[in-house]
Design a protein around this ligand. Sequence first.
Ligand SMILES: [Zn+2]
Ligand SMILES: [Zn+2]
Length: 253
Amino acid sequence: MSEIQAEYRKEQQNQDLSEQFERVQDDQLIQQDQKFNQDSFEELAKSKSYNELAKLAEKNKTQFKIFKRLKWKGQLYQINESIRVNFKDRLRIGIIKRIASIKSFVDNQELPLLQLNWYFSKIELDSSWEKYIKCFSEYELFLTEISDFIFIGQIIDKVKVLSLSEYDSFLDDDISGQNRLFFMRCTYNSEKKIINPNPNELEKVCFCDMPQNPDLVYIFCESCKKWLHMECVHLTEDEAKNIEEYICIECNK
Ligand SMILES: [Zn+2]
Ligand SMILES: [Zn+2]
């Protein structure tokens, strides 16, 4: 072997060694990373911290997959559908914003998660809206900016969130199973405590000039063509039943 050849081989060996060394280091790094994720994954999955779990998995494209729809126990769930879920021992309603599946590092099992935006009911609004509580319905929802990941097994059922006019016509049809029927006319920013549109911009009814609450009973005046609260015109439901064509106190003046 010539001197040059020997030198070349030595260099090659060194290179091989350094390459090997680097590769070993990389493997170690990957193993460490996976070990970290695996432990965290198990811990977060056990404590049902799905927000943190999703955040962790989102960094790793092979572990985090996004879907448009997902079948679970024979039921198909899609983005923008509203569902009732069991969340922290409470019944909550949310709209599906993202469907994701997180692959476990432990056993490669898929963990299906849904990212929801929560709806508020009127009792969750800030007390500064107290004045309007009477014109909001028990079945009225306010979509908020608050979002959480839930495990798909937390779903109770699907609900329908309609516009107020759709909801009104459903009520006229006397559809059964009303408890799964809701409506929304405003959103709510929980941080700024703002209802949008502002309730005073909503369509008003009656002399009292308040937004309509479909839970209340109204009587229609054939003269001014207004829907009036029974309370505001001092009528009981029984009295109203016997009136064929109602002319309100204002129009009778
Ligand atoms: Zn009124
Ligand atoms: Zn009238």
